[in-house]
Write a protein of this length. Sequence first.
Length: 148
Amino acid sequence: MRLAAPFILAACMATAASAQSGPTSHGPTILLHGNYCGPGNNAPAAPIDALDAACARHDACTPSGGLSSQACNARLQRDADAVARDPRQPEDLRTLAGLVSVGAAILPSDPSLNSASVSGPAVQGGERHRFMARHTGASSLPTTDLDD
């Protein structure tokens, strides 16, 4: 089961594109952690910790009803890995962050999107843009010293 966990997590995360919640879609919300980790989200709630903030950034660069770019998935992988390596984080959060990092590495992506989509809110527009502008600023998200 321990070896299967990253693949199960990845399968859940892969459904995020079709289940992305927000002002323009009303798909199911199946969260694995916090308000943003997993298919859908609880916007406009604030992220609860550094891992949830990484997931919120990933949601921000994922077009509603579509797949994110490879760069967007890579950023989630790096951010989650940073949380997993941060000794100040609780052990259970570090473990989950490691799983999210592995899952992000195998998430499907839209090859037609370029790395500019990592900025996220520009592809969303409307309420989601305003929410993410308020909640994904460097000073408002929980972070670790390991962030880029």
